[in-house]
Design a protein around this ligand. Structure first.
Ligand code: ATP
Length: 382
């Protein structure tokens, strides 16, 4: 096992810069997840570590060894892709043993290692089967087994669960986590699935447009996202972003008034009329009162009238329910601020009975408020 260190890695494809100024160090034995939207450069980083891409500039180390000019097969890494690509004519046992046989390892040692790996992945009863006699999840476990059996210094996994159905993905994800706890092989895992990132990672690297946005432990990235992109990428449903104008001592959000907490005012020193994006997570919004059923002539006041709300109501926003999604343990509500086009997700209890068209008064926990620069997405306050 070994640490993995990237120093200012850049990869250009003709005039496309796929990744730029990528630097991080994964300590020996840790599980790091690279996450970000499609095209952000995750696979390019992984393939560069594997030696399947040549970086344009920067230094790459596995352990103390600089590997920029070392071919893939001599880097002592094992890679598992989304398509497990097992050898169809070989049995499970032969597939797992393949890498070891290529290295001319003693047959008895190979047999023992195949058994150990098969046990750790619950594959013992399948060793004599061919890949086409296995389910997708079993095939993916064989691909993992084949990589593990080689006992690489570094494990590189590129969306290894994305071909599995939801239940199998959850099960295999848990197995993978357990396996890493047992083997402690340094692992770099690429996914665009934020649940995989949150549940598997010691540290998450969030990427966007070829650049690192934030590196940190899952919970700290969730609670202290560095900018609007990170805030809206991790979390399902994502953080709500409410375009707002600062009007002196409060924000105007879609024509409604939200007080600007003193701490926000002090740290922002905003000038009147300035635009911001306010961020609040769906779980930090509460229903203020039983919902009112909509009726035909019960129209909303025009935008602007909300400014006349009583001061004690000013942490509140009124929304019209658009979609209600009961999920058993909780209910997700998607609502819109009247006459404004601003949409909002709210996460609430299981027993809430709501319908499209109902109107709700919401209380926002302003201690959990984020403020972002609406142009750059930089975090100005949290
Ligand atoms: P996905 O989640 O869709 O697989 P990704 O985050 O893994 O995306 P990469 O595959 O690393 O993204 O690609 C990063 C950028 O580099 C993209 O804009 C992509 O179009 C570009 N790119 C990747 N490979 C090449 C190539 N061989 N030639 C030109 N551009 C490339």
């Amino acid at each position: 096992m070994a640490s993995v260190r990237l120093e200012s890695i850049k990869r250009r494809f003709n005039n496309v810069t796929a990744i730029e100024d990528i630097s991080f160090e994964i300590p020996d034995g840790e599980f790091w997840v690279l996450v970000g939207p499609s095209g952000c450069g995750k696979s390019t980083i992984l393939r560069s570590i594997a030696g399947l891409e040549t970086v344009t500039s920067g230094k790459l180390y596995i352990g103390d060894r600089q590997v920029n000019n070392i071919p893939a097969r001599q880097r002592d890494v094992a890679m598992v892709f989304q398509n497990y690509a097992l050898y169809p004519h070989m049995t499970v046992a032969q597939n797992i043993a393949f890498g070891l046989q290529m290295r001319k390892i003693d047959a008895k040692v190979i047999q023992e290692r195949v058994m150990t790996v098969a046990r750790s992945l619950s594959l013992e009863h399948l060793l004599d089967r061919k890949p086409k006699q296995l389910s997708g999840g079993q095939q993916q476990r064989v691909a993992l087994g084949r990589a593990i059996a080689r006992e690489p210094q570094v494990f590189l996994l590129d969306e290894p669960l994305s071909n599995l159905d939801a239940q199998l993905r959850d099960d295999t994800r848990a197995e993978l986590k357990q396996l890493h706890q047992e083997l402690e092989i340094t692992t770099v895992y690429v996914t665009h699935d934020q649940v995989e990132a949150m549940t598997l990672a010691d540290k998450i690297v969030v990427l966007n447009r070829g650049r690192i946005q934030q590196i940190g432990e899952p919970q700290s990235i969730y609670s202290q996202p560095a900018n609007r992109m990170v805030a809206t990428f991790l979390g399902n449903p994502p953080m709500n972003i409410l375009p707002a104008k600062f009007t002196g001592d409060s924000f105007d959000v879609g024509g409604q008034v939200l007080p600007c907490p003193d701490s926000v005012r002090e740290s922002l020193r905003p000038t009147g009329g300035q635009g911001f994006d306010l961020g609040i997570r769906p779980e930090d919004i509460y229903l203020n009162e039983p919902p009112r059923r909509a009726s035909a002539n019960d129209g909303f006041p025009a935008a602007g009238d909300w400014r006349r709300q009583e001061r004690q109501e000013m942490r509140e926003l009124v929304v019209e329910v658009k979609v209600v999604e009961p999920l058993g343990r909780e209910t997700l509500i998607r609502g819109g601020l009247p006459n404004s086009g601003v949409m909002l997700n709210i996460q609430t209890g299981a027993n809430v009975r709501l319908h499209s068209g109902d109107r709700l008064s919401l209380k926002l926990d302003l201690d959990k408020l984020f403020v972002f620069d609406s142009a750059t997405g930089d975090k100005l306050y949290s």
